[in-house]
Design a protein around this ligand. Sequence first.
Ligand code: DCP
Ligand code: MG
Ligand code: MN
Length: 337
Amino acid sequence: MAKRKLADDSPNSGICDMLNELAEYEKNINRSTPKFKVYKKAMQAIAGHSTKITSGAEAKKLDGVGTKIGEKIDEFLSTGKLERVEKIRADESHVAMSLLTKVTGIGPAAAQKLYKDGITSLDELRNNLDKLNHHQKIGVKYLNDFNQRIPREEVEDIFKLVAAGIKEVDEKIEYKVCGSYRRGAATCGDVDVLITHPDYMSQSLKSKSGLFLKRVVDNLSSSNILIDTLSHGESKYMGVCVLPSATDSPTRIHRRIDIRIIPKDQYFCGLLYFTGSDTFNQSMRAKCLEEGFTLNEYSLRKMGSTGVPGEHLPITCERDIFDFIGMDYVEPEDRKS
Ligand code: DCP
Ligand code: MG
Ligand code: MN
């Protein structure tokens, strides 16, 4: 979810906003994933830097910041703006598409289609709900709420209720909050919950995973913790949650929640994946390929000489995955890029 400001509390939030705007432009208008990733990676490196950056040269010392971005930072620091960003802001299609892609479920392709159909504002979107799928309609309904970051403490409050609801279904279900929360973020875009059960192994009947997840979702829905569904598949639920009015939360903002179930024997690959960050996952997968392994959210496998991956390697903790590929263990808090 790169849709909200990631770095409001960073001393370099101006630079981060600039890079975010360039990233969004590359994604939405130029449809260039490599350039989007370059800007995003630089933005994340700078967002994680705790002191104010005073020159492009200083920024370039950070992993992920190259010469061209260094030059842009110099221009931004000396003039307070960037010519390229000013041009982008004058591009009507970019303005419309950045707005449309703020809605969960509307990606660049859908935004482009809506824009071609003449939809350029949220009011027009609300008047054309028939052009949207279910996920996107819910996205429009809660647009304001979903674009607000969730304070870490609220994630904890939500999770307490979710955990109680999970235990009611089955004491043996194991669960953990992953995503940006597990990486120690002060604010999160959504609540990411991973669950597993000792009776649910990758060899189990597929329907069994659906059963545990469905029972958890049904229970949390009946106690009004989950109040809307974006999608609900065999192993992945995407929905909307809210703290009940009885809790002493000052707000009742609707929050995005994802719940995934992973077979117990694949739990740690799932945990690693779901903890992210997405860019950290990408670089770790790249490292795996270099070392002759293939990693995904279910397994780590050694690539055979014919290019066919072998059996799932035995993994009993996250550290095992790092050990197999000869990479130093990285704590969740440090899994940035
Ligand atoms: N993930 C991934 N690649 C994606 C999407 C997700 O590897 N394209 C993994 C890494 C993410 C995790 O799933 O950390 C959870 O996805 P989120 O979109 O919830 O991302 P975060 O929790 O990291 O950030 P946010 O605070 O925006 O929710
Ligand atoms: Mg998340
Ligand atoms: Mn998520």
